[in-house]
Design a binder for this molecule. Sequence first.
Ligand SMILES: Cc1ncc(COP(=O)(O)O)c(C=O)c1O
Length: 366
Amino acid sequence: MRVRYTYLDRQYQTIRDEILETVDDIFSRSAFILRPEVQEFETRMASMLDVEGVVGVNSGTDALYLGMRALGLPPGGEVITVAHTFVASVSAIVHAGLKPVLVDVLPSDFNIDPAAIAAAITPATCAIMVVHMNGRVCDMAAVKEIAEDHGLLVLEDAAQAIGARLNGVAAGAFGQFAGFSLHPMKILGGGGDGGFIATKDQELAETLRAMRNLGQRQRGVHESHAFNSRLDTLQAAICLVKLRHLGGWTDRRRWLAQRYDDALANLKGLIRPLAPSSGPHYDVYSSYAIRSQARDDLRARLAEKGVETMIAWERPLHRQTGLNLEHHVLPATDRVSREVLSLPIDSEMTDEEQDYVLDVLREFHG
Ligand SMILES: Cc1ncc(COP(=O)(O)O)c(C=O)c1O
């Protein structure tokens, strides 16, 4: 049997008619730039996340970058974040004229270690950027307490966490703003790049609306040198179609995660780190990550048996040579990078395919 990591092609077959209908409608109307679908998508997301403002932009990377630019943080200010993340989290900080200060994650859930934040604060620190990894919200009570004690802003990289909640509060509703990604591989993804910023600050949202559109609040009036970073109408429309199905897809991934949890609990040597995702945490499982000290051999065995897996991330950001971040010492992150492995958890994966993955895991780790 072959089990792929993603089944976007299968997903497409389930929504093909709806997608073709909306694409046809947009082309028929030649409605490409900032048309009503963009606003409808923003309104839907704002109500889903319970925030005042959502601003569609052309990627999750731009969402983070523009969010920080719009806040007007002091040039050179330090932003504390993690090295166990996609490069965009940190590149956005650098492009906003700020200095990333990287801290460790907790190997128990791959999210920022609050104790490490406290230890990294200096007089130059202006913000903490949490990254809700794999669809699980960080320990926001601890993060917010530290932020309040030191007068710091909290920013959220929620690229992987659309729909995730902690104590009923959605990822994206905790900080000054949150950046989300609509990349095709994300839980809610378009037919190309896209993203959005969520914020409870209406004024910030209005600034961002102008910033993404060449500085225009009013057509033809440019209030600043700004950017062309609009969410395409086409992507907004595709995401609106997918939004109708997102709840069902998330339920399915959560169900698959529960099956993995139950089966993996008895396997020696495999560390399924997260506590069950019920109760305060509502995880959306953009990835299902485990740890194993025999990760590379396990991955090779799975590949041999036709099971595709992913490693996020094999080379964390402080181990990259081109980013000027090598001075960070992050032992927990290094350990995670040696042990972490993401198993297939696509909503379109069948029960039989998951059983097959479990058989290979049992054979290796039983
Ligand atoms: C944690 C994280 N931050 C930021 C991004 C950037 O999003 P995008 O690819 O839409 O620019 C991604 C995903 O790609 C991500 O996983």
